[in-house]
Write a protein that binds this ligand. Structure first.
Ligand code: NDP
Ligand code: PYC
Length: 341
């Protein structure tokens, strides 16, 4: 197949394909729905590194025996403003769905609350979590470590995961303000997509195993990825190791990759999600202050700059009508998973 050849699929077809592959590989029904939904959302918003490409990753993780297929997450209400969900070794999506209403009730009562998801396998983007919370009126943050693939600024050996951080802010109108990015220069999934497409990566994304700058995707995957913004990304990555690792009693990225034991499965560990209720913080002044926040956005867009997630929201409108384009080679590789026993 030509590496550039694309196939158009409706979102319904994407969902059916994702559910069929996940079911075929033995994932329980509740997890199939939750996991497929996040991949459909990735395709719908044209976030290719976390769309149905992840079916290949999930199938590999399942075959490696690194995810509990029928895990029944357990919600632990541990303090007025703290809730933990033990994922019991399963994927993170269902535990988030189960913890979200508890988190929101606590944030409404206390003004701020945190949800720790523990013992989960994480392969996904974080914007679905913070966008859902912001749509419900909360200011939201999410963090997760991954596998130690990323060298600290000034170093050459992987210490950090690609450690994403996501933020959501409720707005009047159709969409909240949301950003979500890795603290590495780019998500590892993006480098994997470059490798699959035989495309070079920009300098600054990674170094080879000898510590030399490289534009070879495979060499960067075998060497070390780099943080964004030098020492600033390095410090943010460290923060995420700490607050979504030891603080919630879960693995660091180094521990996750040691647990992986070269299976090359998805990261295993925790996710920290924080929700703040502006109405509780600000009382009857909430509307007034949230309106002032709108001036910040206006000052950005009025000079031609775009808000993060604007591209996603525009893609969402387009793909709902026209469907999505996926690489033909990716689709063939995914369909081959359906034929596997
Ligand atoms: P990017 O570097 O592409 O940055 C993405 C964010 O920046 C988005 O919010 C995006 O908005 C915004 N953005 C991009 N360009 C602009 C611009 N010109 N002006 C304003 N905003 C802009 O993403 P990454 O490669 O770092 O991460 C991709 C995904 O990978 C994330 O969703 C992340 O959660 C996920 N990930 C998950 C990991 C895990 O362990 N589970 C690990 C690492 C990453 P828009 O979407 O609208 O373009
Ligand atoms: O793309 O870096 C990544 C990633 C790691 C885990 C899930 N996505």
């Amino acid at each position: 197949t030509d590496a550039a050849e694309k196939v158009r699929l409706s979102l319904a077809a994407v969902r059916a394909l994702a559910e069929a592959v996940l079911s075929r590989h033995g994932l329980s029904e509740r997890h199939v729905k939750a996991v497929a939904e996040t991949m459909v959302a990735g395709e719908r918003d044209e976030c290719a590194s976390h769309g149905i490409y992840r079916l290949l990753v999930c199938a590999h993780t399942i075959k490696a025996g690194k995810v509990a297929l029928d895990a029944e997450p357990v919600v632990h209400d541990i303090a007025p403003a703290l809730v933990r969900v033990d994922a019991k070794g399963g994927y993170a999506q269902l535990p988030f769905q189960m913890g979200k209403p508890v988190l929101e009730e606590k944030a409404r009562n206390c003004g701020i609350a945190a949800l720790g998801i523990n013992n989960c396998v994480h392969f996904a983007a974080l914007w679905p979590e913070v966008e859902a919370l912001a749509r419900d009126g909360f200011v939201a943050f999410a963090f997760t470590p991954s596998h130690a693939w990323v060298a600290p600024a000034g170093g050459t050996r992987p210490v950090f995961g690609t450690n994403p951080l996501a933020f959501g802010w409720p707005r009047p109108g159709p969409h909240p303000y949301v950003f979500d990015f890795a603290t590495s220069a780019v998500a590892r999934g993006e480098i994997e997509l470059h490798r699959r497409a035989g495309k070079p990566i920009p300098l600054g994304w990674g170094i080879d195993a000898e510590g030399n700058p490289t534009t070879d995707a495979a060499a960067a995957l075998d060497g070390a990825m780099l943080t964004f913004g030098g020492h600033k990304g390095s410090a943010l990555a460290t923060m995420i190791e700490l607050i979504a690792g030891p603080l919630i009693g879960d693995m660091t990225s180094a521990e996750s990759i040691a647990y992986d034991d070269n299976a090359k499965a998805s990261p295993f560990g925790g996710e920290l999600i924080i929700a703040i209720d502006p109405a509780r913080f600000l009382g009857d002044k909430a509307a007034e202050h949230l309106a002032r926040a709108e001036a910040v956005f206006e000052n950005i867009v009025s000079q031609g700059a775009r808000l993060p997630s604007q591209r996603r929201y525009e893609a969402r409108e387009r793909t709902r009508v026209h469907g999505v384009e996926v690489p033909a080679k990716l689709l063939a590789d995914i369909k081959a998973l359906l034929a596997e026993k």
